[in-house]
Design a protein around this ligand. Structure first.
Ligand SMILES: [Zn+2]
Length: 140
């Protein structure tokens, strides 16, 4: 019973995140993390990568985000295999850890190679934190 409730809550969370992402995409807001900090997030370039893939420009898709092909199958997997891909929980945990290491590793490499001046890993100078610090600096 508890496990069923937990799954329903997780699905609701995924649905809410997808709805929020869809609204942000439609409003063309861009990356909220970058708007706030000025630094690109691990997912920056993912939208442009998917748009490039839709144009069948896979070279550009891999340029914008090397892991562009992962989110949709992972999302589908959440709904097709609600108990996890493997029967063994340790394997599912291991898969999650491998994916996390992959995402963080690719983010680190992209930040090292392309930050702060190569899109999509460029610094956004007019970010919220910069604005707040400038405001405080102006007061002091
Ligand atoms: Zn981002």
């Amino acid at each position: 019973m508890f496990q069923k409730m937990e799954r329903l809550t997780f699905r609701r969370l995924i649905t809410l995140l997808l709805a929020a992402a869809g609204i942000l995409l439609l409003l063309d807001v861009g990356c909220l993390f970058r708007h706030i900090t000025g630094i690109p997030c691990p997912g920056c370039g993912m939208t442009r990568a998917h748009l490039a893939a839709l144009r069948l420009d896979f070279r550009a898709a891999f340029w914008y985000h090397p892991l562009w092909f992962l989110p949709l199958p992972l999302l589908a997997g959440q709904f097709l295999f609600p108990n996890g891909l493997f029967r063994n929980k340790k394997w599912n945990t291991g898969l999650s850890i491998v994916l996390l290491i992959l995402v963080v590793g690719v983010y680190g490499i992209r930040m090292f190679l392309y930050f702060p001046d190569t899109p999509p890993m460029e610094y956004q100078p007019n970010n919220l934190l910069h604005w707040i610090f400038s405001l405080i600096q102006g007061i002091l």
